[in-house]
Design a protein around this ligand. Structure first.
Ligand SMILES: *Cc1c(COP(=O)(O)O)cnc(C)c1O
Length: 401
């Protein structure tokens, strides 16, 4: 049997992200299975009482309960950490479980958070509603403006939190600048990297401390399960995140972890091809709609910054039509692209953020972020881009564009 090298960082540490996505963290059982084994078990048994006592005391390595450890889940955590260039990773049941855990595990009443105002709706709900209920102050700012980050920092600021590109406005954050600023003030930078993944952008390389994920999106990539992940230093994961996660229980099911493993095997391929397809479809659409927001196109005001940070620009972009009626007419005329609020899927999907993903945050927050009634967000999939273009062409015509 070939030696099991996947958990040995003296070997895996040399591999590049695309190799990590296929092989990093592989932990084979005594059967030497090729594909990752699925350990669908909540607990473990022991040969004797002394063994379990030693494991609970921390004197002996080994599994005790799947809220604390599970082999399929541990394999995924090691794989994601290696892809990200992080010392450690823990996975959660959903992207929002990951964001909530990443923030609450390190914040206390009296602390202050600076967050990007352009964010996924539920991320805004955390900063606008949840954190303040526990005495944590928050400021939301225009994340494209370096001076705004600097101006928002207070003596009690503990965390800065942002997405880049942001959902759905596609704002880009200057990570070199913001991470260095945060570090100079002893502030932890938490980046929600769902739109890019390690295949396209690694925030730790730009000085971020913590990378948090909705693995539901591009990582899993085929619209099957929800999942989340948080990556950071050993100290952050072991001292801050683990005590919180182990006692509050936002854990990922081993079955869902296994499905994410299958998704990661093709992540690099999908991320690169979907980025190419998105560029091609974006170029077609740009001439037909009043405005299109895609960091991959020279028309995006932060194209150069995005190009410095990203290997490719991802499958997602937004564009504007006149108003909600025209946006709905376009959605209803689609024949190939599905009306769906998911992203990162291998299928092309389109949604109207103001009435779906960003509906609950309220009009004021939408106005401030620029989520207007005529905005549509697209995820470009793995179909032939010419078929996607044909579908958009006929739908645009039916919507009067
Ligand atoms: C989808 C998404 C989330 C939430 O992830 P779930 O897996 O749906 O809980 C968080 N942040 C961003 C940027 C997202 O797109």
């Amino acid at each position: 049997m070939k030696k099991d090298t996947g958990q040995d960082r003296s070997i895996t540490g040399k591999w590049r992200p695309a190799t990590q996505a296929v092989r990093g963290g592989t932990w084979r059982s005594e059967h030497g299975e090729t594909s990752e084994a699925l350990f669908l078990t909540s607990g473990y048994t022991y040969d004797d009482a002394e063994t379990v006592a030693a494991r609970f005391a921390g004197d002996e390595a080994g599994m005790t309960y799947s809220r604390l450890q599970n082999p399929t889940v541990a394999m995924l955590e090691e794989r994601i950490a290696l892809m990200e260039g992080a010392e450690a990773c823990r996975v959660q049941a959903t992207g929002m479980a990951a964001m909530t855990t990443a923030l609450l595990c390190q914040l206390s009443a009296g602390d202050h958070v600076v967050a990007a105002r352009a964010a996924f709706g539920s991320c805004r709900w955390l900063t606008d509603n949840l954190l303040p209920r526990f005495g944590i102050e928050t400021s939301t700012i225009d994340s494209r403006d370096n001076a705004a980050w600097e101006a928002a920092i207070r003596p009690n600021t503990k965390v800065v939190f942002f997405e880049t590109p942001a959902n759905p406005t596609m704002d880009i954050v200057d990570m070199d600048f913001v991470c260095a600023l945060a570090r100079a003030h002893n502030i932890v930078t938490v980046v929600d990297n769902a739109f890019a993944t390690a295949a396209l952008q690694r925030p730790l390389d730009f000085g971020a401390d913590v990378v948090a994920y909705s693995a539901t999106k591009l990582m899993e990539g085929q619209g099957r399960v929800l999942a989340g992940a948080v990556c950071g230093s050993e100290a952050f994961i072991n001292e801050k995140l683990l005590p919180f996660q182990r006692n509050t229980g936002p854990n990922l099911s081993p079955f869902n972890a296994w499905v994410v493993h299958k998704g990661l095997e093709t992540l690099d391929l999908r991320a690169m091809r979907q980025s190419e397809n998105a560029l091609q479809v974006g170029r077609f659409l740009e001439g037909r709609v009043p405005a299109l927001l895609y960091p991959g196109l020279a028309s995006h005001p932060q194209h150069d910054l995005a190009a410095r940070q990203m290997k490719a620009f991802g499958p997602i972009f937004s564009f504007l039509v006149e108003n909600r009626a025209q946006a709905f007419a376009l959605l209803n005329a689609l024949e190939l692209v599905d009306i769906s609020n998911n992203i990162g899927d291998s299928r092309s999907l389109m949604t109207h953020p103001a009435s779906t993903t960003h509906a609950s945050m309220g009009q004021d927050a939408r106005d401030e972020m620029g989520v207007v009634e005529g905005m549509l967000r697209v995820n470009i999939g793995l179909e032939d881009p010419l078929d996607i273009i044909d579908d958009l062409d006929q739908a645009l015509a039916k919507a009067g564009l």
